[in-house]
Design a binder for this molecule. Structure first.
Ligand code: B12
Ligand code: SF4
Length: 487
């Protein structure tokens, strides 16, 4: 029994990393990819192989493979089960469906084709209704569901009664009960990064390669305790589930032995439990494990004590979700933060010496006024952050705003479930123009430029990052790098 898993390439160019076209081709010796490893399929493949199944994975996105090349890979792997990891706004539901159709028509109609990840979780019945060659959608956490599927298929059974699965049975779509979450995620095996083959992942922010040394990502927890209205995390994962500091340190020792020095924590909420992070910091010091890393921050979890422990344990880049400069919009986003907390978090991060502080903003909420949008742009200028990242609010199945817009009949779910949509309060062209404008304004302030130079002189990490990027000056893009995307 063989299980192959694909992290698909979006159908269009220019996503988050904007580097689909930068990635080199399949058969070169080393493929540099400015993006992160697909942790979902990596966890799944490792779990299955620990349970004695034959597995393989393909990061089609990183390898920039065409559909034909991907089909050749599937032919070569000859799996019994083929799974796709699908993300709504990336459009990878559509691109995966296209591959799945050719797999069934041209390679082997008996391969069981599965869709997983957020898109499959929130659109299971829609996907199965639209695409007859997809056999099942797996909702939520994948490890135990996929394992049970592999075991049952191997024995010649179908998807009946497998929790977490929506499937088609003689033309009828059946939605099995939900699967309960893995309570102790320490029990999961560490993702085997060797399965990624010859792709060398890099952490690129605004055109700068910020990964100094060998880079990978890791997950120290799953889920989030908050329920922001634009985010699907809590609907997807349920509550926040941490790994223990001891278990994380064990994985980091393995990573150190493999030569990794640089990490991205993919956690939705890395900082939620202060005690856990302080213990982790203590253990890393004790074990002399030195990594440089980047994580998402939350302004309500940014005391100086916590941040200096993070700094000590190697935090170089902290990426805050600020979202808006208007309290009314923050409240509508159910963000549970206020403007003073934002100011304090940025100040504290700078005080303890975090090398790079990034801030994410979302504009274009349906209830937002033009003045509030402009206010958010101006607010970004008041914060001592290193780079702002402006996003347009994407409305997708699986978040509260989607449900609300459907209820108010402001969107037709049948028309836009597949890639999401936006309900903008001002014209898109104006919004994009204003975002470009503020981006430039932010970057070209003389005071900002001189401060950036000063900070770089003072920070070993920034100096190293800049010097390693000199050879890629062509790619430096931070004054003009904003591309329109939802997220
Ligand atoms: C790191 C990250 C990225 C990275 C790398 C993505 C990658 N290679 O995995 C980058 C920066 C490239 C990225 C880009 C984007 N991302 Co992103 N990203 C994440 C993030 C923070 C972590 C992903 C991760 O590693 N999770 C940990 C692993 C263990 O969980 P997992 O991937 O969900 O996998 C589990 C299950 O989903 C399931 N599963 C997953 N795949 C499959 C497949 C099968 C067959 C089965 C059975 C099960 C299954 O089982 C896994 C184990 O339990 C998530 C948020 C999050 N914390 O999950 C957002 C997230 C996945 N991203 C999101 C978005 C919107 C995007 C972008 C579209 C942003 C943009 N507007 O451009 C792009 C699209 C890129 C692409 N080509 O798909 C959204 C997706 C929302 C949605 N409903 O689809 C998320 C959920 C963030 C959010 N809260 O809104 N992203
Ligand atoms: S935006 Fe961040 S804090 Fe809010 S629910 Fe999502 S992961 Fe949690």
């Amino acid at each position: 029994m063989k299980v192959s898993l694909i992290f698909p390439k979006p159908p269009h160019k220019g996503t988050f990393c904007g580097t689909v076209e930068d990635a080199e081709k399949y058969n070169k010796e080393k493929i540099e990819f400015f993006g992160f490893p697909p942790m979902g399929i990596l966890y799944l493949a490792t779990y299955l192989s620990e349970n004695n199944f034959d597995v393989s994975i393909l990061d089609q996105f990183a390898r920039n493979l065409s559909i034909e090349e991907t089909l050749n890979w599937v032919k070569h792997e000859d799996p019994d089960i083929l799974g796709f990891s699908t993300i709504t706004t990336a459009g990878t539901g559509r691109s995966s469906a296209e591959i799945a159709k050719s797999v069934k028509e041209k390679i082997n109609p008996n391969i069981k084709v599965l869709f997983g990840n957020y898109h499959a979780t929130f659109n299971d019945t829609r996907i199965l209704n639209k695409y007859p060659y997809i056999d099942a959608c797996i909702r939520g956490e994948g490890e135990n569901t996929l394992l049970e599927i592999a075991e049952k298929i191997e024995k010649g059974h179908g998807f009946e009664d497998i929790r977490g699965v929506t499937y088609r049975d003689n033309g009828r779509i059946i939605r099995n009960n939900d699967r309960s979450l893995i309570q102790n995620i320490d029990k999961l095996p560490f993702p085997n990064r060797k399965l990624l083959g010859n792709v060398e992942y890099k952490n690129r922010v605004e055109g700068l390669d910020l990964s100094i040394g060998k880079f990978t990502s890791a997950a120290s927890s799953r889920g989030c305790a908050f329920k922001c209205s634009f985010c699907s995390s809590s609907m997807f994962w349920g509550n926040w589930r941490p790994r223990s500091p001891e278990n994380i340190v064990e994985e980091l020792s393995v990573l150190e032995d493999l030569g990794y020095q640089n990490l991205l924590w993919v956690d939705d909420n890395f900082t939620i439990n202060k005690k856990r992070l302080l213990k982790l910091s203590y253990l890393l010091k004790k074990e002399k494990l030195e990594f440089s890393w980047m994580a998402e921050g939350r302004v309500t979890q940014s005391s100086k004590e916590l941040l200096s422990a993070m700094k000590q344990m190697g935090c170089k880049i902290l990426n805050y979700g600020i979202e808006s400069g208007s309290q009314r919009i923050l409240d509508w986003y159910k963000k549970q933060i206020n403007l003073n907390q934002i100011h304090d978090a940025i100040k504290n991060s700078k005080k303890v010496g975090i090398d790079m502080v990034l801030a994410n903003f979302i504009v274009g909420a349906p209830i937002e006024t033009r003045e509030e949008i402009i206010n958010t742009f101006n607010f970004s200028l008041k914060l001592d952050i290193d780079f702002p990242q402006f996003h347009i609010l994407g409305i997708i199945p699986g978040n509260w705003i989607w449900d609300q817009m459907v209820k108010e009949k402001r969107i037709n779910p049948d028309e836009c479930w597949e890639v999401g949509t936006a309900v903008l309060p001002i014209p898109l062209s104006e919004l994009m123009f204003r975002i470009k404008q503020i981006h430039k304004k932010f970057m070209f302030r003389p005071n900002y430029i001189s401060q950036q130079i000063l900070k770089t002189i003072k920070s070993k990490y920034r100096l190293k990052a800049i010097s390693q990027n000199f050879k890629n000056v062509r790619n430096w893009d931070f004054w003009n790098s904003w591309k329109p995307f939802w997220g």
